[in-house]
Design a protein around this ligand. Structure first.
Ligand SMILES: [Zn+2]
Ligand SMILES: [Zn+2]
Length: 360
């Protein structure tokens, strides 16, 4: 790379905004939906107002990145684009007007890459619902590169003592499940069913337990259920060999069910596992965008169904604080960014214990 790049820690907080930038850098680019990503050199654009350039140290692979690369969802990104919304690295350059972070600080670049800051959602602590939002790795280029450009106001500082390779999965999988447990309203002694023990589920189990819940983990793979037990699940159910609805109803029914598996069938099972007055939280976003749920039982049983999308900057700070205090464990494996297509194939085939984190 260019010798003009500022190395981490080389500049104090007073470093000016005219730092020279890389001319180009390596990144994994989606040129066409469904085609393999191309790892290639891309041009480094000049920063505009509010932006920061980050030298990426670690960047997690989320199912959302695969859906983005496939163009699976009703709202699609526009190729070419760089996926990645779990990027973590050091700020190396500040665009005009940035006051929130300084050169040399380590930050996380989450899905909520930008919001307007002044609409009803933003001012009421629901910036994740802002209609003006931009999303890292989707509507703006993300963390699958040696560098990434983010908005200084929407990055979140990573406390010292947290490994960047842990911070990356916490930036989406962590904050998303942390928020889902908050939205579920889990309290001590609640029975919480976590459907899907992957990158998100392994953290959801821990947050539900921290909130005081007794956790049931449901998956199709025994190794993942063993991991779930290590991470605090009291009960595990292999939905390939046992009906999770019957099994959970035998336990009295779940007070909350959190749907993290990218399968409408799992959502229906999560619904069926609830006790009266229970809450179902929709989190995963299957490519198949339909789920069939009964109206009659929902009304009579007083069921709440709620969607939960990622979390705010404040939520992510709390996630980092919990991890810094040793309350959570991140299960991940590191791979070079050049292996991005193999990593995607492994994640799609269920061959990944929890999270893959790329090293650029
Ligand atoms: Zn994600
Ligand atoms: Zn807004």
């Amino acid at each position: 790379m260019s010798s003009s790049i500022i190395e981490p820690g080389a500049s104090g907080p007073q470093a000016d905004a005219r730092v020279s930038r890389p001319q180009s850098y390596r990144a994994a680019v989606v040129h066409e939906f469904g085609a393999p990503l191309s790892v290639e050199r891309v041009r480094a654009a000049a920063l505009t107002a509010g932006q920061v350039r980050v030298k990426v140290e670690a960047s997690g692979l989320c199912h959302t990145d695969i859906h983005a690369a496939h163009g699976d969802w009703p709202v699609k990104p526009s190729p070419p684009f760089v996926p990645g919304h779990e990027g973590v690295g050091r700020v190396v350059e500040l665009g005009p007007g940035v006051t929130e972070v300084a050169v040399g600080e380590r930050v996380a670049m989450p899905w909520l890459g930008y919001a307007c800051g002044s609409c009803d959602h933003c001012v009421s602590g629901w910036e994740t619902l802002c209609l003006e939002q931009k999303n890292m790795g989707y509507s703006i280029d993300g963390g699958f590169g040696e560098y990434a450009v983010a908005y200084g106001r929407y990055v979140v500082r990573v406390p010292d003592g947290i490994d960047s390779f842990d911070a990356a999965p916490l930036t989406c999988a962590g904050v998303t499940t942390y928020k889902a447990v908050k939205v579920a309203g889990t309290r001590s002694s609640d029975l919480v069913a976590v459907f899907g023990v992957g990158g998100l589920g392994h953290l959801a189990i821990q947050y539900a337990a921290i909130a005081g819940g007794r956790v049931i983990a449901i998956d199709l793979i025994d190794d993942k259920l063993a991991l779930a037990r290590e991470l605090g699940a009291e009960f595990t159910i292999n939905a390939a060999t046992e009906d999770p609805i019957e099994a959970i109803q035998r336990l009295g029914g779940a007070d909350q069910a959190i749907a993290l598996a990218v399968s409408p069938r799992a959502f229906e099972q999560a619904y069926g596992s609830l006790r009266r007055g229970g809450t179902l939280v929709f989190v995963a976003l299957p490519a198949d965008n339909e789920v069939r749920l009964p109206i009659f039982e929902t009304v009579l049983n007083g069921i709440t169904i709620v969607g939960s999308i990622v979390g705010t900057r404040a939520d992510l700070r709390e996630v980092f604080a919990l991890h810094g205090a040793g309350r959570t464990h991140v299960i991940r494996e590191t791979r070079p960014l050049g292996d991005v297509n193999d990593a995607i194939a492994d994640l799609e085939a269920g061959r990944v214990a929890a999270r893959i984190v790329f090293e650029p």
